[in-house]
Design a protein around this ligand. Sequence first.
Ligand SMILES: [Zn+2]
Length: 400
Amino acid sequence: MDAGELVTGILSPSQRLAADKDGNMEAQIKLGRIFGIEIGLHYSWLIIALLIAFSLTGHFGEAHPTWGRGVIWGMAITTALLFFAAIVAHELSHALVARRRGLPVRSITLFALGGVAQLEKDAEDAKTEFLVSIVGPVASAVIGFVCLLLAWSLGWMMMTEPTTPLMAMLVWLGFINIGLAIFNMLPGFPMDGGRVLRAVIWWYTGSMQRATRAASLTGQVVALAFIIFGIFRFFAGAGFSGLWMAFIGWFLLTASKAAYAQQELTERLRGVRVGDLMTRDCTVVDGHTNLQTFVHDFLLHTAQRCFLVAEQGVVTGLITPNEIKGIAQARWPYTTVYEVMRPLEQLRTVTPETPVSEALEIIGREDINQLPALENGLLKGLISRDQILRYLLTRAELKM
Ligand SMILES: [Zn+2]
């Protein structure tokens, strides 16, 4: 396995991917905050970090057989950590430009294929999309050139083997970051290059829909090329790196198809607000009701799954079967709805004016079934995944 090949395979499909739609890309290990943006690791990252450190020992060991094992391992681990710091810098550049352009950023997560900067919403104009997308590859390229420049200032001559460990690390980091910049600029949506392409078509045609369609189609072509080339290389004897390439192609294919589907969905929900679809007459339960009564008189009495909890007429929370599941049945008569409900202030909420596409995104991201819609702190209704789905089905049925 060649280190260079393994690592240039690392993607930085910035912003939102299909993977984070179903909540799989939530960080499981939180590292802290930079510029107020949470940085985290997905478990899959640990495997790839080990693979990279391991393959780096091979890379450094073969080039410099006279250097001790300890030195080689020290170099490999430091280089791997610096490489991930460079990926964080890449994602951070996306995040900071996004924030500057008015798009809030939730977090940055490192996973097996690189990093994702999770934005709260998509760019609303071509210029923002262009700037947010291109800054990542630019950041990687700058990091790469700075590393090579540092190596050169330490006496490294272009195209020769570095003579010291520090030089060797800088040279590797230099080339890998430049490689990363080039790789990310491939025009496959939703990779950076694909987003840049989309921004350009969007600007040129004035239609985001057409731009997304074109960019995701190019994305699928690029992805297929990866798969075919990867399989070809595998059978030509490249082993793991061929498979790895095919895997990246498959990942890209899934991501660009999902990005396209997401776009279509947003398009169909354009102009529809939460207030148009939400239920306004939800059943209200008094907070002092015990769970026994609640389950038998309310929950099992209707097809409804979500109830509002009120205190003297003011809604203070929500209760669904989810909250009751964890309580032993024997405790139901002694537990009140209050004790287990989810208080409104702890819930993600929307307003009746929120676009439904945005509500759907929140529902998907937070992996919840319904969202309360509040106006001036008062509950106006509930919007659920089912309602949105039914709306889409009705439209489809009427061929609208
Ligand atoms: Zn990027």
